[in-house]
Write a new protein. Structure first.
Ligand SMILES: NC(=O)c1ccc[n+]([C@@H]2O[C@H](COP(=O)([O-])OP(=O)(O)OC[C@H]3O[C@@H](n4cnc5c(N)ncnc54)[C@H](O)[C@@H]3O)[C@@H](O)[C@H]2O)c1
Length: 277
């Protein structure tokens, strides 16, 4: 088993790479930090909540990995610059940036929802990802070793979430930000891709999954028959972070167990099947 894991580690080529994960104190970010560390990376966990990020980093170190937590709000260029300088000094320049931190609160209907919530969601989910990319992208360019940026988008960037305020709009924008950055950064050897999760059991969605009726109803609408766990996303993110995905650039990898492809199952059909004509 260990031997298999070691072979995977070297196959992925992430050993010793400095990987920065935002929103790493919980959910998909924490799962991604654990996965990257298990693959040999040195992981910098950024979160606005230092306590949770420190606990995840400590657990990674306890199991033999390399990880350190840093407090920063991705909305703040000052916070991110300070964290980036500290990460550069303590661990080394960034190879991989995972823009995962997001505001996932629902801001209400667009006609009369709270405008402050609208702005906050766009500031964190879109501008925050851009700020981190500018600051850590500069580190990658100065180090001259290229890199990989992975943005955590959502199926809501493809399918509109009503009453979700700016959430769907922000995730659609994040996917386009990914594509523009993919073109602009390619000359520096930096790739930029996105992952779009479907339904994932995390702190953010705990209310849905602690209600057994809602949880069961949700499982039933996903073709693979289960709700994703953070590791389901973490393994896709690790692949995009690694050189194994070296020819993938500007893509958005839908990771939703097939849920997005169920549209035609909603179309009412006549009792007598229609025959080909
Ligand atoms: N859970 C799902 O079903 C789901 C589905 C699709 C997409 N996503 C996306 O996955 C990502 C992670 O979501 P999750 O479910 O793991 O959420 P989560 O709430 O479990 O974790 C989010 C983490 O981000 C941190 N964070 C939030 N705002 C921040 C900020 N401004 N600066 C720094 N850190 C901040 C939080 O403290 C928290 O630790 C998000 O981008 C979310 O939009 C989640």
């Amino acid at each position: 088993m260990n031997q298999q894991r070691n072979q995977t580690d070297s196959w992925m080529g992430l050993d010793g790479r400095v990987c920065v994960v935002t929103g790493a104190g919980s959910g998909i970010g924490a799962g991604t930090a654990r996965e990257l560390a298990a693959l040999g990376a040195s992981v910098a966990l950024i979160d606005r909540d230092l306590e949770t990020a420190s606990a995840v980093a400590a657990a990674i170190r306890d199991s033999g990995g390399r990880a350190e937590a840093f407090k920063a709000d991705v909305k703040s260029a000052d916070d991110i610059s300070t964290a980036a300088a500290r990460i550069g000094d303590a661990i080394g320049p960034c190879h991989v940036l995972v823009n995962n931190a997001a505001s996932v609160g629902y801001g209400g209907a667009l006609l009369d929802g709270d405008m402050a919530a609208w702005s906050h969601t766009l500031d964190v989910n879109v501008t925050g990802a851009l700020l981190c990319t500018r600051i850590f992208g500069r580190q990658m360019i100065e180090a001259g070793h290229g890199g990989s940026i992975v943005n955590v988008a959502s199926i809501c960037g493809r399918a509109p979430l009503p009453s979700g305020g700016a959430y769907s709009v922000s995730k659609a924008a994040l996917v386009m930000l990914t594509r523009v950055l993919a073109l602009e950064l390619a000359e520096h050897g930096i790739r930029c891709n996105a992952v779009s999760p479907g339904l994932v059991h995390t702190t953010a969605t705990e209310a849905a999954y602690s209600d057994s009726t809602v949880a069961q109803a949700r499982r039933q609408i996903v073709p693979v028959g289960r709700i994703a766990e953070p590791v389901d996303l973490a393994s896709v993110i690790a692949f995009l972070a690694s050189d194994r995905s070296g020819y993938i650039n500007g893509e958005d990898i839908l990771t939703d167990g097939g849920f997005s492809h169920t549209l035609m199952t909603h179309v009412p059909q006549p009792a007598k099947p229609m025959r080909p004509r």
